[in-house]
Design a protein around this ligand. Structure first.
Ligand code: UDP
Length: 460
């Protein structure tokens, strides 16, 4: 017999770029287990869905639903811009189809990546039609600082002017108009939210984040991948402005179920000395420019710091041949892989430091494993994340001049791996690790917030 229709229908709307969709799916898997009678239609691009859902599990109540992006309009252009320009239409249409696929069960709750602000509008429209219980839950996969910066866009624009008129000369000013930003300078937040302090908020992406900031207060829940005690001032301020639910760190609450170590990173780490290895990864989007890549290679060539480098195949061509040969021949020197089980790698006792682009998922994974960081931020919220790592949390260092040079990289590696300052960073990161553990155990704030979210979904 056909399965009974679901009791409830939740639409999940993913943002398919960077590491946004994977953590959203981790959260949804937990919600789906807690509500087995609910169908979760996971709306996402076909490319991103096929990377996320490697095996289809027929018993699962999470159903991947591929968007027809072309329905939303233009066929041309860069996939990122095209996705943003067409998202409002393509998600709306796909929701209608998902309702048909669910045997006509109406969507009663929309869980979306916070960027997809129009989901708030969709829920408003439902409410206008008398569907009062319909709710919108926005999920911000980064930290409270970047969502606060976005929320305060107008306050910041008024205070510091926009780039052309007023920012010059004020880059080093400390931000005094946003609670919890007293150690953060204007230059740290410039890239944090696209177009935030640019002359006009014009591009499709700038518009999207601006509208998101304006929409968040009306969401029935704003989930952030963080824990309340990490940035209490910012958290309390945001709690007074929106229904904030800090449910993190995700890597502790939703640890990876299956760990694949195709390139045998863990056995290699087993052979290294305790806290001697530097793990290097710049995430899934950003790469430092070629000359910086070479400067980092030169810093490692001395052989002082055994390294495990997770590197996209397309970047391997940037490496000097001698370096590649040495990695192949000398096991103690280092290892280069296309992909590492990062969470497990950072939890391995041989890892002493993490060279990172400061993506929020990477930072949390380092924090919950007690590993200090060396920062080379490139885009988006990565710069403001670095500032928090260095000057607020005290768990890592930046590079001299903000970029890799041979001598600057060696200095940073020494500071983290073999200096007293490095020991202090390790102590600080252990304190944060403890606070994170407190919030993710039974009765902790993140677990309480997660339970509140489950109730919210079930009450729709
Ligand atoms: N990651 C991984 N193995 C790798 C490289 C990256 O598992 O070899 C994962 C990492 O654990 C993290 C994510 O990819 O969860 C990167 O997310 P982050 O927010 O740090 O950066 P983004 O990819 O969004 O730039």
């Amino acid at each position: 017999p056909p399965p009974p229709p679901p009791r409830r229908h939740v639409a999940v709307c993913a943002f398919p770029f960077g590491t946004h969709a994977a953590p959203l799916l981790h959260l949804v898997k937990h919600l789906a287990t807690a509500s087995p009678d609910t169908r979760f239609s996971f709306l996402n691009t076909a490319t991103s869905n096929s990377a996320l859902f490697t095996k289809s599990d027929p018993s699962s109540n999470i159903i991947p639903c591929n968007l027809n992006e072309e329905e939303g309009g233009s066929r041309n252009g860069n996939p990122f811009v095209r996705f943003i320009e067409t998202a409002g239409v393509s998600f709306r249409r796909r929701m209608e189809v998902a309702e048909e696929e669910a045997g006509g069960v109406k969507i009663s709750c929309v869980i979306s990546d916070a960027f997809l602000w129009f989901c708030g509008e969709i829920v408003d429209e439902e409410k206008e039609k008398g569907n009062n219980l319909c709710s919108w839950i926005a999920v911000w996969t980064s930290n409270v600082a970047s969502i606060s910066a976005a929320f305060h866009t107008d306050v910041l624009r008024t205070k510091y002017g926009v780039v052309k008129q007023g920012i010059e000369g004020r880059e080093d000013e400390v931000i005094d108009c946003v609670p919890g930003f007293s150690n953060i300078r204007v230059k740290d937040i410039l890239d944090c939210v696209p177009g935030m302090l640019s002359e006009t908020i014009n591009s499709a992406f700038d518009q999207m984040t601006y509208k998101m900031a304006l929409s968040l207060p009306k969401a029935d829940g704003v989930v952030v991948n963080s824990f309340e005690k990490l940035s209490p001032t910012i958290t309390n301020d945001l709690k007074s402005k929106m229904k904030l639910l800090c449910i993190g760190p995700f890597p502790s609450i939703f640890p990876p179920q299956i760990v694949t170590d195709k390139y045998e990173c863990l056995p290699w780490l087993d052979k290294q000395k305790e806290k001697s290895v530097v793990y290097i990864s710049f995430g899934t989007v950003a790469t430092p420019p070629p000359h910086e890549f070479l400067a980092l290679v030169e810093a490692l060539e001395g052989g002082e710091f055994p390294f495990l480098w997770s590197m996209n195949d397309s970047n391997k061509g940037l490496l000097p041949l001698g370096f590649v040969d040495r990695v192949r021949e000398d096991e103690a020197f280092g290892k280069i892989v296309e992909w590492a089980p990062q969470m497990k790698v950072l939890g391995h006792p041989s890892v002493g430091g993490f060279v990172t682009h400061c993506g929020w998922n990477s930072i949390l994974e380092s924090m919950v494993n007690g590993v200090p960081l060396i920062c080379r931020p490139m885009l988006g919220d990565q710069k403001v994340n670095q500032r928090f790592i260095e000057s607020v949390f005290g768990v890592g260092v930046g590079l001299e001049g903000g970029v890799f040079t041979k001598s600057g990289a060696i200095k940073a590696l020494h500071r983290v791996l073999s200096s007293d300052q490095g020991k202090e960073m390790r102590r600080n990161v252990q304190v944060l690790r403890g606070l994170a553990e407190e919030s993710t155990k039974q009765g902790g704030s993140s677990i309480e917030n997660l339970n509140a979210l489950i109730k919210l979904v079930q009450s729709a």
